[in-house]
Design a protein around this ligand. Sequence first.
Ligand SMILES: C[S@@+](CC[C@H](N)C(=O)[O-])C[C@H]1O[C@@H](n2cnc3c(N)ncnc32)[C@H](O)[C@@H]1O
Length: 214
Amino acid sequence: MGNGVTPDGSPVAAYLAIPVDRDFAPVLDDLWPGASVLDLGCGVGRLANELARRGHEVVGVDESAEMLAHLDAGVQAVQARIEDLDLGRTFDVVVLASHFVNTADAVERHALLACVARHLSPGGSAYVEHWNPDVIDDLHDGEGTAGDVVLRFRLLEQRGAEFDAAITYVVGGEEWTQTFTAEILDEAQLEAAVEAAGLQVFGRLDPKWLVATR
Ligand SMILES: C[S@@+](CC[C@H](N)C(=O)[O-])C[C@H]1O[C@@H](n2cnc3c(N)ncnc32)[C@H](O)[C@@H]1O
């Protein structure tokens, strides 16, 4: 039995309670009807379930069976690590959310983006969520809400562009704390990483979502 927390420390109950719009509104607005979608690190399917309800063909990938258990019947679930994934087919849209690209490990970053590239159809759109480069000079503790979830961000240590942080999720009288290390990339670094994986930067939806194609 699982303990309700994924190997990367994400609490399942909190992700069930965070509304899809909070992070994905720009992607939902940009997607075109009928596009097939690969959602990498899909969690409980906040985005994948919404897209399936809108009639998209959706494949959701996550390493956590506990997260995948919450995908709607209309979403094809694949339990795998993103870095290792090779489905042998491509999609009109590939989503790499949750700031995966901001891993401080450049080799892992390349492997994640290479997965996006090998699953994206020529002319398709890859949506890559990243830390807003502007926050580098103003990283600080803070608290906010997302639906019924209280989110507390605590900066543990900053070393230039790299930082250690903890996010505490409070929901329904329970709380979980997830710690992580990330590296904030400036525009040029982001674009270089995306292009090194065989993708071309197409544009931006907002300061946190980059769009690439191939
Ligand atoms: C913070 S949650 C976000 C889930 C979803 N993208 C969302 O926004 O609701 C991150 C998810 O990525 C999954 N994950 C983390 N690293 C992964 C990897 N290397 N391969 C596959 N899944 C991964 C975790 O299990 C978790 O479900």
